[in-house]
Design a protein around this ligand. Structure first.
Ligand SMILES: [Zn+2]
Length: 250
């Protein structure tokens, strides 16, 4: 059985309103958050989940990104065979061109959405940046479009969640210690699980509920949230998590 170590790659930090990450909670309160990517390593292979904001786009959005993910990873970037995108928001796919030969994994629903008229609506489109690197990957035959569940490599599985965006996905990783879940922005901060709050940004609240309950029901050993500060890995005592039904009632 293949197992993978997960390493959080911090790319930038900033202070933001708490309600950006917990829906209608802590409005007016500041919260320190990070932008990050997740490097998965087996004995022989490297896979990256999300690739963060890039310096150029960061500048245009007032986020100081000193070095993009490719520069931070150095020679390791060349070993990455697969990039998994939880979703296509600007702060999760900005480093795509740092992996010019890698396969790119995303949900068909996200691919369809970024080419739909909705992203031309500023209220929705403001979270998306330059997605032309995806079109290039598609033209080069490197884009892997998933509908639902797929195995990226043995021990790494993506699952559609929707919720935060129509084609958002989470990533299950078989780690030496057990299951790890890279949540992306389905769970941008661990308080979503502890307090029972929705992410601050979503296109479908009920999809968020269903997907968060699925994650809770899977009782992961390690949970990687989208934007918690300082490379946060969460090992929770799931027996005491009562904020979600874990799929028990529907
Ligand atoms: Zn994000």
């Amino acid at each position: 059985m293949s197992t993978w170590d997960v390493e959080v790659v911090g790319l930038a930090g900033r202070s933001a309103d708490n309600s950006t990450f917990e829906f209608q909670k802590g409005m007016g309160q500041r919260r320190e958050i990070d932008y990050q990517a997740w490097l998965l390593s087996s004995d022989l292979e490297r896979v990256i989940v999300d690739c963060g904001p890039n310096p150029r786009e960061g500048t245009s959005r007032d986020v100081n990104v000193e070095r993009g993910v490719g520069e931070l990873l150095g020679s390791t970037a060349g070993l990455v065979t697969d990039v998994v995108l939880t979703h296509a928001h600007w702060d999760h796919m900005g480093g795509l061109r740092d992996f010019p030969h890698a396969r790119i994994w995303m949900q068909q629903a996200e691919w369809d959405f970024i080419r739909s008229p909705y992203v031309k609506v500023p209220a929705i489109g403001r979270y998306y940046g330059d997605t032309s690197a995806l079109q290039e990957a598609h033209n080069e035959g490197r884009l892997r479009l998933v509908s639902g569940v797929a195995e990226v490599r043995p021990g790494i599985r993506v699952r559609w969640s929707g919720g935060h965006t129509p084609g958002h996905q989470t990533v299950d990783v078989d780690m030496p210690s057990g299951l790890g879940v890279v949540c992306g922005d389905l769970v941008p901060v661990i308080d979503n699980i502890i307090d029972g709050t929705l992410p601050g940004i979503f296109t479908d609240a009920l999809e968020c509920v269903d997907a968060i309950e699925r994650v809770v029901a899977s009782r992961p050993q390690a949970l990687y949230t989208g934007h918690d500060r300082d490379a946060a890995v969460h090992a929770l005592d799931w027996a005491w998590i009562t904020t979600w039904n874990a799929g028990g009632t529907r």
